[in-house]
Design a protein around this ligand. Structure first.
Ligand SMILES: *Cc1c(COP(=O)(O)O)cnc(C)c1O
Length: 394
């Protein structure tokens, strides 16, 4: 008899379980917000990307319903055949204006955006310079391009320059790509200095602003606004699924590039458009962000308060400069047990381990939101203090 061809799955899953890396997926049974129902229990949500509380905002729900009445539910085609709606054009215009760039392209997700942008810019004869901690979707975009990938040390401008100098002469052209805000650590790339180096060598530049969009910069205009580099980066990739509270990815930047992506980007050419309801909700999010900085201000107040209190309690929150708050625990089984105990205390905060973060750097990643009240934050701090003492972490 032939051997069981699927036995490798049992072995691998057993392996994951043994290392504490098997993911138990929780089910959300309510709308998103500070308080949600998870696996039948009402808990305080400390781990979603709903930075501004927009995922269930009344103006956005209204906009989505209205769009369904006008346009229906399905996109019916890819953007390049019969799927481009007037709403898509309007959103792209508004996002470009919001970010202070020439043009923008709206695609299905942030992950798709990275796959859409990188392969048209570089190919087999080219080289990508990539930060060691770049997001998986950037890495996948680079791999799809078949360009040579050269990693530089995390946020290390001198190392980026070293690898450019060493490698660029052997290739046709180069692209430097970095996360803006690193999603698991909350630290910020030295974008101004990276830009200077890349420019000096004639290397194209791209930044993934998934966690800067709606968070950093004036009224949430993103990392490029934070550094005052408007119009300089060749491509700013972003997501509409985090602070913007909906779904979709955006590629913003120079018109020449964005127009080129309309011809070449495979997720744009080969996967159906984002439906009208989501697109309209994204438009409402831009309206909300442009009308006031109140939500972004509250997000930062909440995050600053929470991080300061966590430090006071003795937790290691790494090098975060943003509302992303990693609570460093080391080994994955400890992080999982910590998360389970927090859940018993009514606090939902998932443990994160390899391959999302390097081995031995497992953590609970707390995501603070503008929708948390002071009382919510204090309740969360109390749960962390209690579990931290029980498990000998603080
Ligand atoms: C979440 C994330 C993405 C993917 O965005 P989606 O819209 O969820 O597909 C890409 N890059 C980074 C840095 C992210 O954190």
């Amino acid at each position: 008899m032939a051997k069981d061809k699927l036995a490798f799955i049992d072995e691998d899953v057993a392996n994951l379980k043994e290392q504490g890396l098997f993911i138990n997926i929780r089910t959300i049974e309510s709308a998103q917000g500070a308080w949600i129902v998870v696996d039948g229990k009402r808990v305080l949500d400390f781990c979603s990307n709903n930075y501004l509380g927009l995922a269930n905002h009344p103006r956005m729900r209204e906009a989505a319903k209205k769009a369904i009445d006008e346009f229906g539910v399905g996109p019916a085609a890819v953007r390049t055949i019969a799927g481009t709606l007037s709403l898509h054009h309007e959103l792209e215009r508004r996002l470009a204006a919001f970010k202070g760039v020439e043009d923008a392209l709206y695609v299905q997700s942030g992950l798709c955006a990275n796959q859409a942008a990188i392969p048209p810019l570089v190919g087999r004869e080219d080289v990508v310079f990539s930060d060691r901690l770049n997001h998986a979707s950037i890495i996948d975009g680079c791999r799809l391009s078949r360009a040579k990938i050269v990693v530089y040390e995390h946020c290390d401008v001198a190392d980026a320059e070293r690898v450019i100098k060493e490698n660029l002469p052997n290739y046709r052209r180069g692209l430097l790509v970095t996360d803006g805000v690193f999603s698991m650590d909350g630290d910020v790339a030295p974008l101004d200095k990276l830009y200077e180096v890349a420019e000096r060598y004639g290397v194209m530049t791209m930044v993934d602003d998934a966690h800067g969009e709606g968070v950093l910069g004036k009224g949430g205009r993103g990392i490029v606004d934070h550094f005052g580099l408007h119009g300089k980066f060749d491509v700013e990739m972003g997501t509409l699924s985090k602070a913007f509270g909906v779904v979709g990815g955006v590629l913003a930047g120079k018109r020449k590039i964005v127009d080129y992506l309309r011809q070449k980007a495979r997720p744009f050419l080969f996967s159906s458009a984002v439906p009208a309801a989501d697109t309209a909700a994204c438009l409402a999010a831009v309206d909300i962000l442009e009308s006031s900085t109140e939500l972004v201000d509250r997000l930062w107040e909440n995050a600053d308060y929470f991080k300061a209190e966590m430090k006071r309690l003795g937790f290691d929150t790494g090098n975060s400069m943003t509302p992303i708050t990693p609570v460093m625990l080391g080994e994955a089984p400890l992080a999982k047990e910590f998360s389970r105990k927090l859940f018993d205390e009514g606090l939902f905060a998932m443990a994160i381990g390899f391959p999302t973060v390097p081995r031995g750097l497992a953590r609970i990643r707390v995501m603070i939101s503008a929708s948390h009240s002071k009382q919510d934050l204090d309740q969360g701090l109390e749960a962390f203090a209690k579990v931290g003492k029980e498990l000998g972490v603080v």
